[in-house]
Design a protein around this ligand. Structure first.
Ligand code: MN
Length: 480
């Protein structure tokens, strides 16, 4: 792709030359003849010309497909330069601001609304702050690595009934400390019990050892991950290292700590630690950490930070996706399959919406599971699943994002008679059955499914009408 860069200074020319070649075929225009000669002698495609003249751009064969970059250092008449480039037929015009006075570009934009503005500081800033942030992390990690180096036995302590994030964080810290399972024990006072977590531990061969508070004294160093020492009360008044993403607590002392409450998982913090000190992440550890981020953020549906996405992207190339799929399969239990059958027997998928009133259901989580499950079905874009849980009408609503909002759906119909709320993609309502009956009538189970479909159809039609009113929003075809 052809690119013409109109520059004032040598540094900008050389920087753009290095940044854009070989992806772009770049030619430079500078005003100063001596500068042009110098850069030309250095092998760059540079011409000396007056950037305020249309002629300059015509000679450079500018077409509507040429990317034109114009350096704005605050001195030259930007409006005349942009005007000349536009008159010569340039349409892809970018102004690179090297001075802080971006108001000049705003002024030029009033005349040429389609030009794009790229402050040089912003272009450099993102990469620079990532790098600098990494060096801070590096210093911190190297400090605790040294502090742990001479210990013969290390305990990496997890919270009770460890979850994927706790176990993955344990593995990651052990790699960072360059230790094995005999020199760094990953332990918990109460071991893993939930079936899906046991399955992860088995598939990835993670041993969480049972430890007792009395055995703490046998270790030279103790680190806690995904938990802070206050959790253990008086059993653990101090730790050597604390790495956690839960809000910082008081009531304990720690030699080193890295607590980032705005992160979605402890594995995200540890991914940054691993990368900062260039420790190679094994496939097993990467798989565990990737699964941990997915599970702690509900696959980015809650408490997600750009750092979580960045860590996920990095780990993804090192992890084993087949194993992750197997671990997720562990969510399937006979009880849940029974609920899926119950919902399928009593519900139906029509017009991309799956509705089902399941009748009596023993626990709310089964309704949520079924709603998630049917969203995976081909052609399903919405699922609305409900049941009677101990005298409450409970409904879970899911959709595949897009423009229509699950949270608004439950509020529209249920907020006046019970609790209703949620996000764009997932929502829930709980309503005492007598209040449901008072609003919608006493219905037999099959009629309940029909009622849910009614509510969905009405809601989707309403929002579709709203969307059509708002011509700026692209509308989605709906058959509802
Ligand atoms: Mn966690």
């Amino acid at each position: 792709m052809k690119c013409l860069a109109v520059c004032q200074g040598e540094l900008v020319v050389r920087t753009l030359d290095q940044a854009l070649i070989p992806a772009y075929d770049v030619e430079f225009i500078v005003e100063s003849r001596p500068l042009a000669r110098k850069l030309h002698d250095a092998g760059l495609a540079v011409t000396a010309a007056d950037p305020r003249r249309v002629d300059t751009y015509l000679k450079a064969d500018v077409t509507p497909g040429t990317v034109v970059l114009i350096e704005d250092n605050g001195r030259r008449s930007l409006r005349r330069i942009v005007g000349a480039a536009r008159d010569a037929g340039a349409t892809l015009v970018y102004v690179i601001n090297t001075s802080p006075n971006t108001w000049r570009t705003d002024e030029v934009r009033a005349h040429f609304p389609e030009i794009n503005q790229l402050p040089l500081a912003a272009l450099v800033g993102a990469t620079l702050s990532t790098e600098l942030g990494r060096s801070l992390t590096r210093a911190r990690v190297q400090q605790y690595q040294r502090y742990f180096a001479d210990a013969s036995r290390v305990l990496i302590l997890l919270h009770n009934d460890p979850d994927p994030d706790a176990m993955a964080s344990g593995l990651a810290l052990r790699s960072i400390l360059r230790r094995t399972k005999t020199t760094a024990v990953i332990g918990a006072l109460q071991g893993v019990t939930r079936p899906e977590n046991l399955r992860m531990a088995n598939l990835l061969d993670i041993h969480v050892e049972d430890v007792t508070a009395a055995s703490f004294a046998e270790f030279d160093r103790i680190a806690t991950v995904d938990v802070q020492p206050h959790y253990f009360g008086s059993l653990l008044p101090r730790a050597d290292l604390v790495i956690d993403h839960h809000p910082e607590q008081s009531g304990y002392s720690a030699v080193f700590k890295d607590i980032r409450a705005n992160y979605g998982s402890t594995s995200t913090i540890l991914t940054e630690h691993l990368r900062a000190v260039d420790v190679n992440v094994s496939e097993r550890t990467a798989t565990a950490m990737l699964y941990a981020i997915k599970s702690d953020t509900l696959f980015f549906a809650r408490q997600t930070n750009p750092a979580d996405l960045e860590a996920f992207t990095y780990l993804y190339s090192h992890a084993d996706p087949t194993l992750i799929r197997k671990m997720e399969g562990a969510e399937i239990t006979v009880e849940r399959l029974g609920s899926v059958r119950q919902a399928l027997d009593r519900g139906a998928l029509a017009d991309q919406v799956f509705c089902s009133y399941m009748g009596d259901v023993v626990r709310e989580d089964l309704i949520a599971y079924v709603a998630d499950f049917f969203l995976q079905v081909e052609d399903a874009k919405w699922t609305i699943v409900a049941g009677n849980v101990n005298g409450n009408f409970v409904t879970s609503v899911r959709n595949l994002g897009y423009s229509r909002n699950a949270g608004e759906f439950v509020k529209r119909w249920f907020s006046d008679i019970g609790s209703a709320g949620g996000h764009r993609a997932m929502a829930k309502a709980v309503v005492p059955m007598d209040r449901f009956v008072a609003k919608f009538g006493a219905l037999e189970a099959p009629d309940m499914t029909a009622k849910l479909r009614d509510l969905a159809t009405t809601f989707l039609r309403e929002t579709q009408t709203d969307k059509k009113k708002d011509a700026r929003q692209p509308t989605q075809a709906t058959s509802a």
